[in-house]
Design a protein around this ligand. Sequence first.
Ligand code: FEO
Ligand code: CA
Ligand code: CA
Length: 715
Amino acid sequence: MNPTPASEYDDNEILNPSSNPHIDGILAVRLSRRGALRGGVGAATAALLGGAGLSACGGSDGGDASPPAPAPAGFNFAAVAKTNADQVTVPEGYQISILHALGDPMQFGDASWRDDGSETAESYQRRIGDGHDGMVFFGLADDGTFDAARSNRGLLCVNHEYVVAPYGLHPAGSTRVGGKRPAGEVDKEIFAHGASVVEVRRKAGGNDMEMVRGSRYNRRVHSATPMDVGGPAAGSARLVTRLSPDGREAFGMNNNCACGYTPWGTYLTCEENYLNVLGRAAGDDARRGAEDIAAFKRYGLPEGRANPYGWDTPEGEPYPRWNSQASGAAPADDYRNIFNSFGWVVEIDPFRPDSKPVKRSALGRFNHEGAWPAPARAGEPIVIYSGDDARNEYVYKFVSDAQWDPRDINGGTAAGAKYLDQGTLYVAKFNDDGTGEWLELAHGQHGLDASNPVYPFADQADVVMFCRLAADFRGATKMDRPEWGGVNPLNHEVYMTMTNNSQRTAASLDAANPRVGNANGHIVRWREDGSQAATKFHWDVFLFGAREDGAQSENLSGLTAANDFSSPDGLYFDQRSAGGGLLWIQTDDGAYTDVTNCMMLAALPGQVGDGGTLTTKDGQPTRMGAKPTDATVRRFLVGPFDCEITGVTVTPDGKTLFFNVQHPGEDTADFATSTFTSHWPGSQAPAGDTAHAGHKRPRSATVVVTRADGGTIGI
Ligand code: FEO
Ligand code: CA
Ligand code: CA
């Protein structure tokens, strides 16, 4: 979500006080490179310096070259124009339907959305949640198992990141009585967070899909669902609470933003802005050790900070757990450690509706945007990339100890324990010369032990739980808010969006974050030097976001009316079995919204090193891929007003695409008078869609895109 209302936790707050890395040693390197470029090629302008011999960062200078990617076929649609219309605009020949929206009942027995907030809190355990975000389609075989090749029947897992405003859930918005939230409102919000799993099937005669209401697979996982903890943090004293005296269970997942999937057929859903639902009492520091206070500071929960949602304000249990204060005699008597139970990757087995989700702690704890796997190869480790979405935070990679065995497909969370509970966590360092390295975060190695001056890491549980602090010490590169990532199935290069960073100053520029103020964001990509588990890589910038006139950020990629965009967030390599390598890019923007609503673009990327070097107008040398053209990056759709476009998944045959509209009407003017800035999806749903047509309250929703002629999407 972006931007965050003033009353909520600012997910863009800078919490990284460390001085690594560019301010120290790298500054001299940058200055010398800048001087060399100025002297050698007169790079006073920001023009891309393409062509042979000009510092190409491709395979010849140290990395193993990727195999050239076979060129996918061209786009099969005309670019959609920028628009502020309160509807989803798709190319000619394409059509949409609404799969599900906030509040839609997943089972029989609950009434349809009434558009007045009168649904009970209890019923939200069986209704679609709010704030649709990351999602994954899993093919469902007739015998109830995962079938990666099936397109006409599947399980769709969707994250419900947060409750918007929350104007849709309650009769009169979020209320307080004497400073306290009504318990019924809080309960409804708790159940509206998390994720949903629903069965979907193709409708007769086409590729459009519908939710199978009443399916045995339909399930909600929310902010009160019991979960296990797996990996190094399981059993840690820092996870002991009144609800979990052995530190091996957690209760609920929060603010699940983006996601991932495993080759064995489970869903990975990631806790991002969990500080939205936590407070910490004034005076709590006096009951804490120095290491607790250091961790709270680095992760952004100072004493005396009110719970933004007020979930800790209703009287009595279970509400005190939403305040991470030491109120009892010992950790098992209170919820002082509840803070440590959020910020993880959660694994859910959608094929076993009764299975218990597991927090996979080996992948680290931070504002976890998502978890993106490299294609699994038999006999090689599972590799998962992730990013910490806050200003000046880091990019991470997890490499499993176990080697992939395809016989584990359909192994559920038992397979998850095999591959995700033991492995190596790394953090990325992007060097200015286009190389990079993965810095290991392992207890007892590289000074990550109890004598560490940043944090006294007693064990690997401490390292993964406070990996921001471990990464500070190792000298990771501070990035411009890492959001979604993806691995190109054609050449295994990795892409990750850096959405924007208003706090990127001239003094903190580096080659991978080269624009002051970075209003429009960029997309970094890298190629591992050797196998996916390698500890070195080569990188460049695939695209720089900008208005076509460069009015905010310099238009370094030469974007045009057909493909200009701002604040890339969602990013997804289409996994269709034929025509792979199609990259989808989505925006969550507040900078270009005077001209256009948020959007989704299609891209046919090349590879690291296919461009060259340049110097930004801020004087920072950087490395950029080949400039895009209308044939390689093109706007595919534009969403309704005041929304974010996020979450995208495509069936294996490429004929059905799902995407999410989150928080339409987010900047709604006046709840009391129902003055919403958007009435979507009610404004667009056809009359026959009685679950959505004509309703006034804006709602987050999943949209199905198909081609009227039954063809494939995009290419
Ligand atoms: Fe929930 Fe970083 O977006
Ligand atoms: Ca996001
Ligand atoms: Ca965002």
